[in-house]
Design a protein around this ligand. Sequence first.
Ligand SMILES: NC(=O)c1ccc[n+]([C@@H]2O[C@H](COP(=O)([O-])OP(=O)(O)OC[C@H]3O[C@@H](n4cnc5c(N)ncnc54)[C@H](OP(=O)(O)O)[C@@H]3O)[C@@H](O)[C@H]2O)c1
Length: 282
Amino acid sequence: MNGKICLVTGANAGIGKETCMALASKGAEVVMSARNFEQAEEVRKFVISQTGNSNIHLMIADLSDPQEVATLSDKFQAKFQKLDVLINNAAIFLTDYIETPEGIETQWMVNYLAPYLLTRRLMNCLMAAPEARIINVSSNAHLRGSINFADLNRASNYQGFKAYAQSKLGNILFTKSLSVRLAGTAISSYAVHPGVVSTGIGNKYSHGWLAWLWRLGKPFMISPARGAATIVYLAAAPQIQDLSGLYFVNCRPHTSSPQSTDPEIAKRLWEVSESMIQPYLE
Ligand SMILES: NC(=O)c1ccc[n+]([C@@H]2O[C@H](COP(=O)([O-])OP(=O)(O)OC[C@H]3O[C@@H](n4cnc5c(N)ncnc54)[C@H](OP(=O)(O)O)[C@@H]3O)[C@@H](O)[C@H]2O)c1
């Protein structure tokens, strides 16, 4: 991937960290995005020392704040002329209902709206690449999801897993919308389920029986490096543009839920998302 510039969110841990390692090993210039400077800087140094690739950068942003998402895109555009691969990987799983200062439920903001906003703000850089790819890390959890247009925060009778599943369904609908809207351009979009991967996502910021089950199941899950494999495949594989808009599992296109392929839901979600973060789009 010599000459390619890749931006990876959630790059300090889990699947994101391993994605950066693999892309760096393949010669890409990698821009890591994370919210915790100390931890992410350690990872940046580790990636450089392990791969011998010194073209590894770090940009700090808390993706629960749309202003920070906007600033991240501004910083990226100030430093780089083009973006070959955007990997929207960062996500959080919460069992408690937590709103951002803008009144948006945190999983919906970090997992869904931040990728929407970042991608749209980086469109000029993606357009400037000879052939660009947008990879949205979703999950099979989307199968349990629905888009609650009447209450996107899912504030009434909040259930953390349902909010997570909605955000991951949103990732696939966004991927489909991008592929339709970007048809005829050199930009393609893909959604990914990385597998059930031994990372901290299931118990870092959550509690209760789901966090307990996650901790118990960890030894039986695949490694973060294996979890990164499909993402890295989509970033590096030659000539996959005709597969734009599809959902990938184990490096192959895979069926996703009926809701995730409904063009009406995708269109409505695009429009609602746009109105939710309109002030940050310009
Ligand atoms: N693990 C699985 O089995 C699995 C299955 C299906 C899909 N996925 C998806 O895979 C992706 C990576 O997850 P993972 O398993 O690698 O989990 P992880 O180890 O918890 O990594 C999540 C990353 O997102 C970052 N993040 C969370 N909130 C953020 C915020 N407000 N601003 C900036 N960054 C934030 C985390 O940063 P901090 O370290 O600072 O919190 C971390 O770097 C996610 O999209 C997840 O939904 C995972």
